[in-house]
Design a protein around this ligand. Structure first.
Ligand code: SF4
Length: 290
């Protein structure tokens, strides 16, 4: 009678998997290779990736001039660490000296259930109320969060969706995050809001329409940027915006340029030239909240 092949135990994390030969543990990061525990992902070195012509994100593609990160010893997180909570030392601790300063790089990995993705959707369109659930294939994977600098923001992932809900919810959340991070398109639906297709590096598709343009800022910001170019060409500029509408003759930029009042009045809650400093409602002169 042949004996069953011997499983060996991985002790890289508290799960302590017994792994049969040729198999991986529960996390797929460690495997039993002929009776030896090995890592399944290679350690990625930036310099090796560049030499090998592998795909890297653009910020790392430029020439490194300041030498703040030594090119030969910049270890990425991929394949370099063990798990969290980590009672063993990280398997890769890289030391070097840069301009006389000691540099130590230690990389570990966070468990996936703690991961999240913040998605910046470059559109002026209203995607849904803040806090509204974002769904993929009907499963909740995140929510609409605070808009930032005019872009709509989604918060995807996190422990409540990855491990706190149903199996389908966790699986689809995980798949959506992976797809987003790998630059793939993901279809989403906001409760009480829009349907979306988002993909890194591509304009979002909102309710079936691909986004083509986006405003550079609110009406006040636009006036701040362009007031000097408009000066002398027109008598007045009103930048209508759903956040803050700007009126150049009343705006501080207009005041600085000596723009004469034109008498055009905009309905809405106005800020005034003598706005109370620090008031959340009064951002700067020449704005009307519509
Ligand atoms: S690191 Fe992975 S393979 Fe090793 S014990 Fe933990 S879950 Fe299992």
């Amino acid at each position: 009678m042949s004996q069953a092949p011997e499983k060996i135990r991985c002790d890289a994390c508290p799960v302590m998997c017994y792994i049969a030969p040729g198999q991986t543990g529960a996390c797929d990061r460690y495997a039993n290779d002929a009776g030896r525990i090995i890592r399944t992902d290679p350690v990625v070195m930036l310099s090796h990736a560049m030499e090998g012509g592998q795909r890297i994100v653009p910020f790392a593609a430029r020439d490194w001039d300041g030498a703040a990160v030594p090119a030969d010893t910049f270890v990425t997180g991929i394949g370099a660490g063990t798990t969290y909570p980590d009672y063993k030392p990280a398997p890769f601790i890289v030391s070097s000296r840069v301009d006389g300063a000691d540099m130590v790089t230690v990389v570990t990995e966070a468990i996936f259930s703690y991961c999240g993705v913040k998605v910046k959707v470059d559109t002026d369109r209203f995607l849904g109320p803040e806090g509204a659930m974002v769904r993929v294939q009907g499963e909740p994977v995140g929510h609409v969060t605070t808009a930032e600098y005019g872009s709509q923001m989604l918060s995807i992932g996190g422990i409540h969706h990855l491990t706190g809900g149903s199996k389908a919810e966790g699986r689809i959340t995980c798949a959506a995050m992976l797809a987003l991070c790998n630059g793939e398109a993901v279809e989403m639906q906001v409760d009480g809001g829009s349907s979306l297709v988002v993909q890194a590096g591509c304009p979002p598709i909102v309710d079936g329409t691909a986004e083509r343009r986006m405003r550079v800022g609110c009406g006040s910001a636009t006036i701040g940027m362009f007031a000097s170019q408009w000066r002398g060409l027109v008598d007045e500029v009103v930048v209508v915006d759903d956040h803050i509408t700007g009126v150049v003759s009343e705006h501080q930029a207009g005041k600085v340029l000596g723009w004469e009042p034109t008498g055009i009045r905009i309905k809405g809650h106005r800020s005034t030239p003598d706005a109370i400093s620090g008031s959340a409602n009064r951002v700067s002169a020449g704005e009307a909240r519509s």
